[in-house]
Design a protein around this ligand. Structure first.
Ligand code: ME8
Length: 653
């Protein structure tokens, strides 16, 4: 097949709408975007899918806690994901929502096919269910007889009528798949745990629920409207319903997917259930299920309740979107976990992007302007620099296959080797000496070599940093296009004559950490405790005792909370027991000494300002997970409240 008609389909997981996007979600989406952009550049007919996963008990419960219908709530959060990806210029071709009508029809169509094939039967399920992971577990899998082995939260025993998918029928076929396609699961190191799991035997999979109704109904032909589909069956099928499976199937020509990106948390669903469903539907299987590692803060999982979530938009706004993209793709080998730190990001910006890349472009415009009135010709490059050119072409040729096998950090390492060749050549050949000695032809060949290196590198970095590379291309007077790729990369040709345009520094040096939100500072103060403490000490030495720095102020996380419930604490004159929504998965219990001033009923539905990062304390044997701010004088005690209603969890600063 010629490259131009080769189809490449790239997918991200569809994200649950019970949470806002954090850098983990951004990471998956940025990798997928990079693959899609590279595929388009190479000339492949590319389709890139992302979207949101909106059904299931977890979403229904989150919506209820916020007093919204599931659809209203899903619309709101799905809209935020989409807006973020648009803001990040993510080049998706379709943003699917599992509440889309076509998706539901497609899922019902798939159910019917599997049923007709004899892969679905009706039975009864009894087991330990984790709502958070929307998964059943056997007794043996539970932690301490109760906890979910994936997320640690308590499971509950559920017994219900259910439809089952005959997963057990697919054990041998799956093992054969892994054996015959050693790159089906990437990185390969992750395949072992899947193979072990499948070799241990597969139970049939419960694929419907009767205990709630926020899901896709079974097809009418089943005549059974008590059931909705299991959210993972519904969700996984998005990868084909987005292409019109069961409705308008024109885009099914993109199936099978080239790479399906997932986080390691959901590899099992994608490497076991998903291929089994596809086999049942008699559809071809994706080339790669690629599972990346986990981003943590200070070695801990990010979560709202820990207050250590990194907001990707804040990072991109502070440091630049392209620098953030580069950092995520370069910093951590695909498949391994990474810890987010502003220091590491700044180092990448100052060193790799500022010194190696940005500076080389400066040198090109500086030399071309000073010696050649910005006009560069490549005509003598081969005469003087064949060796360097050969080296560059070999590196770039060998680097590209690393992309689809998800060795993206190695791909970037290789490209940086090429930049090093360029930077080194300037030092080795000293064009200023050449010019002094009247060796103009040689100096031109050298500047042209560097310009060609920059152009080739720009083409191969466009998928990583589209905006900045657009600027480099503008400066070199080239276009980032498949035509340029074919000429400069594939056919290893050189640039036509070009005129260089001087541009502002692409990656100005960053000396100071730029993020100052409470959450980030809080975590950073743990990560870089010694440095911060020294700083604090220095400030304290210089300042009167009763003043604090803004850093110290931000150590306290203040949020607006909505009081959902209030009860008197028996035998206590002062205490009320409150359930307060501070925008987290579950409300916080706060024991507040305000009974003399407020009745329990008068508080329900009102808002107050909450100190959200206090260590939990016990009051009369009950845990208090925060504190309400209040002011007391001779007129009594009054809670501090926002002047107008705010979304629960809104930060106070
Ligand atoms: O699992 N580090 O959705 P989800 C890296 N709806 N990546 C992370 C991350 C972290 N700390 N946290 C999340 C679901 N991710 C299902 C998927 S697909 C048919 C259904 C990324 O919103 C990572 O890609 O919980 C992970 O797999 C995904 O977000 C989970 O998103």
């Amino acid at each position: 097949m010629s490259d131009s008609c080769k189809k490449v389909y790239i997918t991200t997981p569809i994200y649950y709408v019970n949470d806002v996007a954090h850098i983990g979600h951004a990471y998956t989406t940025i990798i997928a975007d990079m693959l899609a952009r590279y595929s388009r550049l190479v000339g492949y007919d590319t389709y890139f899918l992302t979207g949101t996963d909106e059904h299931g008990q977890k979403i229904a419960t989150s919506a209820e806690q916020r007093g919204k219908s599931p659809k209203e709530y899903a619309d709101e959060v799905s809209g935020k994901f989409k807006a973020l990806w648009d803001d990040f210029d993510i080049s998706y071709d379709k943003f699917i929502r599992t509440t889309d009508e076509e998706h539901k029809i497609g899922v019902q169509h798939a159910f019917t096919k599997m049923y007709e094939k004899g892969d679905i039967y009706k039975g009864t399920y009894e087991g330990n269910y984790c709502v958070s992971c929307e998964t059943f577990f056997t007794d043996a899998q539970l932690i301490d007889g109760e906890g979910c082995p994936d997320c640690g939260k308590p499971t509950s025993m559920i017994k219900e009528e259910s439809y089952f998918f005959k997963l057990s029928n697919y054990q041998e076929k799956l093992l054969k798949l892994y054996e015959e396609n050693p790159e089906f699961i990437l990185p390969k190191s992750k395949a072992k745990e899947i193979i072990n799991f499948v070799s241990g035997g597969l139970n049939d999979l419960s694929i419907s629920r009767t205990s709630f109704d926020w899901g896709v109904k079974l097809p009418d032909s089943m005549n059974d409207d008590k059931h909705v589909m299991y959210v993972w069956l519904d969700a996984l099928l998005n990868y084909i319903t987005a292409l019109g499976y069961g409705t308008d199937e024109a885009n099914m020509q993109y199936w099978p997917a080239k790479v399906q990106l997932v986080g390691k948390d959901i590899l099992r669903f994608h490497a076991i259930f998903w291929p089994a469903f596809l086999m049942s539907l008699e559809l071809p299987l994706p080339d790669h299920i690629a599972a990346h590692g986990w981003w943590t803060r200070d070695g801990e999982k990010m979560s709202k309740s820990k207050g250590n979530v990194v907001d990707p938009k804040e990072v991109a706004d502070a440091y630049g979107l392209d620098a953030f993209r580069y950092f995520m793709l370069r910093e951590v080998p695909f498949g391994q976990d990474g810890d987010f730190s502003q220091r590491a990001l700044m180092d990448r910006i100052n060193s790799d992007l500022g010194n190696d890349l940005g500076n080389l472009l400066n040198r090109i415009s500086g030399m071309s302007g000073k010696y050649f009135d910005f006009k560069i010709t490549s005509k003598d490059v081969e005469k003087y620099h064949q060796k360097e050119l050969d080296e560059v072409h070999t590196i770039l040729e060998n680097a590209q296959p690393l992309i689809y096998t998800m060795q993206i950090n190695r791909y970037l390492d290789e490209i940086w080797k090429v930049l090093t060749i360029g930077n080194k050549a300037i030092g080795d050949y000293e064009p200023w000496t050449m010019m002094k000695e009247g060796r103009e032809e040689e100096a031109m060949a050298l500047v042209a070599l560097i310009t060609n290196i920059m152009a080739k590198v720009a083409l191969l970095l466009e998928s990583v940093m589209p905006e900045k590379i657009g600027k480099i291309a503008g400066s070199l007077g080239i276009e980032i296009s498949t035509e340029s790729y074919n000429k400069l990369i594939k056919n290893k040709e050189l640039l036509e004559d070009v005129t260089i345009t001087k541009i502002d520094a692409l990656f100005p040096r960053i000396e100071e950490e730029l993020l100052v939100t409470a959450d980030i500072q809080k975590v950073e103060s743990k990560v870089e405790k010694p440095r911060k403490e020294a700083q604090k000490q220095k400030q304290q030495d210089q300042e009167p005792d009763n003043l604090i720095t803004i850093d110290q102020f931000f150590e306290t996380t203040l949020k607006i909370g909505t009081i959902l419930e209030a009860q008197e604490v028996p035998k206590s004159k002062k205490l009320l027991k409150l359930q307060v929504d501070v925008g987290e998965e579950t409300p916080r219990q706060i024991i507040a000494g305000i009974k003399e001033f407020y009745s329990a009923e008068s508080l329900v539905g009102t808002q107050a300002c909450v100190v959200a990062n206090l260590k939990p304390a016990k009051l009369m044997g009950m845990e208090s997970q925060g504190m309400l701010l209040a002011a007391k004088d001779e007129n009594g005690l009054h809670l501090l409240r926002p002047e107008a209603q705010k979304v629960a969890g809104t930060k106070v600063s």
